[in-house]
Design a protein around this ligand. Structure first.
Ligand SMILES: [Zn+2]
Ligand SMILES: [Zn+2]
Ligand SMILES: [Zn+2]
Length: 764
């Protein structure tokens, strides 16, 4: 690591009870103790902090800020963004920034320490009350039905507060002053158990759920933003049954642990990971599974990672304390459909999956999934922005007109630009099913309606077949179509507060290109108003089109055909055998020769699939990104020598209008040689990752780019991300990566907002 990389600047947005409680002096003391410069100030939304100094000290700052709160302070959210040093000379407390907070919706917050203490205190009147909450914690986004956020505008409207709860609610000195979901065992929601004809209520209901899970059964549990399916995570047959019934072959399940201590028996947990797990946002955190873990193999088949989370509602705390063991906690749905939120809906849709149902009578206003995060580059990276994070705003570069962005197709989100802020919805899932599309339309109405922004402009992807694009076509507002990878790069720029010119490296599975072909290995030069496709991966045919995204062997076949032409089928028959297996070679050959249903793509995601198939790791995927993951997991870090190479060649040689094309042919040749020699998949994977990272850096250098933003689904891969950043820095470039917004299509809506505003600025 070079000297500049060892220093950094950390911007932190802290929200919650952080004003008038000695929070700024606490920040000041901590900064001085760690020899950090910067500033702190109150804002309409909370406290904003910038600290600058040694990276290790900044990390300590982040950990201690949350861990050593002054008495009376309570955090609801702590979002860090790493930036480059700005040269702050000392630390100061700045005057408050003007502006009242926007009357918006706030995210659901994990149960706070004080409520947790009450939950397990036999003398407390809320002892074992599964709905305990206060002003600093509990449900918000999942219960609000309209603004302003007042009790009648929540799903708690049907519960009348008892006299004691009402007194707390009206007392400005009380922790529950204006806590909208405030309730107690006398006046609040109740649990109910349903299993066939069997019924129970309250604690008895909870006890039945515990019994069922202990006996190897599957329980559907109504949580905060939807139903979970719970099963004993150590019981292979229970977990396997859950997979079968849910029609979920191999996609990993998340597991919930009673506490951090229990989790440490199954995975290594670094301090930053522990911070995330125990944070008010309480996301699922991807961890390295330890070899001694006694979790059932079916929790995450063939996967060295473990998605872990801690209890975040009082109900989870009660359940997990009684169970005292890890449980699979997966979303209550069939396959990839949206979460079930209503009791009747769950009983029907999950009837074939769950053996019993733990229900309650507090309605859920909208589905809110668990968020997912991981640590990469020594910092937090959000992969799915949902519970705990959405819809906290993200600062836009400047104020502008209201715009609503419809996002993409997979990992859908919508976003709203109001003045200088972007409000990104919770993750809405893939828009593959009617139920998912319904959820999307609701969210689009929701975010426009709840904020009353009356947006006159809609932004969407340029793909004509995305359900989100089609929705905008049905609307009267002015529309702005935004190229997929351009949106990816803009999203990354917003997060890192970057102004053009910037070179965007946008690598993903597929996005609609400006020329109508499938893009996914793009180098986009971002200027003040637009972008230029300066370079891209050499294209290759995808026999079978869409189906190639789950069948990596098709990408491999297309790659080989592009390299060897028609001779492939005679000269390299033995190479094709394991790839084609029972597929009809003659049909495929005809398809390729005539270019029938063989769209061309420059996708790096498909290149990953092809290499995973060639290396014998994964011929087909049962979920998006599985082949690329298999390649990432196989990587043998001990392999350093003989990285493959991609050649940067003039675009004209390939009939491309871009200045440069990144040719994978030398990489493929070397890889085939390696495979012929019997090289291990781990070495092949390391060389492949290394080649891509170096190619990104060398292309940036050739294009004369100083600042490079890395975006797109491929950069969820920590090995690729870290190698690309190292390669870029090695060539004296500055690399910027996602942090709070996912690099995958969950970030598209944010980028679309910025693109639309750019268009409006130019044309108005
Ligand atoms: Zn609380
Ligand atoms: Zn009450
Ligand atoms: Zn994408």
């Amino acid at each position: 690591m070079n000297a500049s990389a060892a220093r950094g600047r950390l911007r932190v947005e802290a929200r919650g009870l952080v004003q008038g409680v000695g929070f700024r002096p606490h920040v000041h003391r901590l900064a001085e103790a760690l020899a950090l410069s910067g500033w702190v100030r109150n804002t309409g939304a909370g406290v904003e902090i910038e600290v600058e100094g040694a990276r290790a000290a900044l990390e300590q700052f982040l950990l201690r800020l949350a861990g050593e709160l002054p008495p009376g302070a309570r955090l609801e959210s702590l979002e860090p963004t790493w930036l480059e040093p700005a040269g702050h000379a000392r630390f100061e407390i700045l005057p408050s920034a003007a502006g009242a907070p926007r009357a918006g919706i706030r995210p659901d917050v994990a149960t706070c320490a004080e409520c947790l203490r009450e939950l397990f205190d036999p003398r407390d009147r809320r002892f074992r009350h599964p709905f305990v909450n206060c002003t600093s914690c509990g449900p918000r986004l999942s219960i609000v039905t309209a603004l302003p956020y007042d009790r009648p505008n929540t799903t708690m409207a049907r519960f009348e507060m008892c006299a004691r709860c009402r007194r707390e609610y009206e007392d400005p000195r009380d922790r529950r002053f204006h806590a909208q979901p405030n309730a107690c065992p006398d006046c609040g929601p109740r649990l109910a158990w349903q299993r066939g004809a069997e019924r129970a209520e309250g604690n008895e209901a909870l006890g039945r759920a515990v019994e069922l899970i202990r006996a190897g059964g599957i329980a559907a549990v109504k949580g905060l933003g939807g139903f979970h399916l719970f099963a004993d995570a150590r019981d292979e047959s229970a977990v396997r049954r859950l997979r079968e019934r849910k029609a979920r072959e191999e996609k990993p399940f998340a597991a919930m642990f009673p506490d951090l201590e229990a989790l440490r028996a199954h995975a290594s947990v670094a301090p930053l990971e522990a911070r995330l797990l125990a944070s008010p946002e309480a996301p699922i955190v991807l961890l390295r599974r330890s070899r001694h873990s006694a979790l059932a193999p079916s929790v995450a088949p063939g996967n060295p990672c473990l998605g872990a989370l801690l209890p975040y509602t009082p109900l989870h705390h009660l359940l997990l304390r009684a169970l005292n063991m890890p449980v699979v906690a997966t979303s209550g749905n069939v396959s990839d459909e949206p979460l079930c939120v209503e009791n009747a809906e769950a009983l029907e849709r999950l009837g074939g999956i769950a053996d019993g149902f733990l229900l309650h009578d507090r309605p859920i206003a909208r589905a809110v999934d668990d968020s997912i995060a991981r640590i990469a580059l020594g910092r937090e990276l959000i992969l799915r922005r949902a519970r705990g994070y959405a819809p906290w705003p993200i600062a836009l570069p400047e104020p502008g007109p209201a715009v609503l962005a419809a996002g993409g197709h997979l990992k859908s989100t919508v976003a709203l630009a109001v003045e200088g802020e972007a409000i990104i919805s919770q993750h809405l899932g893939d828009l593959e099913s009617p139920a998912a599309r319904e959820g999307f339309e609701r969210a689009a109405r929701d975010y426009g309606g709840l904020y009353g922004a009356a947006q006159a402009v809609l932004a969407c992807d340029a793909h004509p077949d995305y359900a989100s694009t089609r929705w905008t076509l049905s609307r009267p507002e002015r529309r702005v179509e935004v190229q997929h990878h351009y949106a990816h790069v803009l999203a990354c720029m917003v997060e890192n507060r970057l102004a053009p010119p910037v070179l965007g490296v946008a690598w993903d599975g597929a996005g609609y290109g400006s020329d109508g072909t499938v893009w996914g290995g793009e180098f986009l030069l971002i200027s003040e108003h637009e972008f230029e496709r300066s370079a891209h991966l050499r294209t290759f045919p995808l026999p079978g089109g869409e189906s190639a995204s789950r069948e990596g062997w098709r990408a491999a076949l297309g790659l080989l055909y592009e390299r060897f032409g028609d001779g492939l089928f005679e000269l390299h028959a033995e190479l094709l055998k394991p790839l084609l297996q029972d597929a009809d070679a003659r049909v495929l050959r005809r398809m390729l020769d005539r270019g029938l249903n063989c769209p061309r793509t420059s996708s790096v995601g498909r290149l990953f699939d092809a290499v995973a198939a060639l290396a014998g790791l994964r011929r087909r995927s049962s979920f998006e990104g599985q082949a690329a993951q298999a390649l990432e997991f196989a990587l043998d870090p001990a392999t350093v020598e003989n990285g493959y190479t991609l050649a940067l060649r003039p675009g004209a040689e390939f009939g491309s209008r871009s200045a440069w094309v990144l040719d994978w042919a030398p990489l493929l040749d070397a890889l085939l040689e390696d495979l012929a020699r019997g090289a291990a998949a781990g070495a092949v994977s390391a060389r492949f990752h290394d080649a891509l990272a170096r190619a990104a850096a060398e292309t940036a250098e050739r294009l004369g780019a100083e600042r490079i933003a890395l975006s797109g689904g491929c950069f969820q891969n920590a090995a690729l991300l870290e190698r690309a950043v190292a390669a870029l820095e090695g060539l004296g470039r500055k690399a910027y990566t996602h942090q709070r917004v996912p690099p995958n299509d969950g970030g598209l809506a944010l980028g679309q907002l910025v693109a639309a505003r750019r268009v409006l600025k130019r044309t108005d």
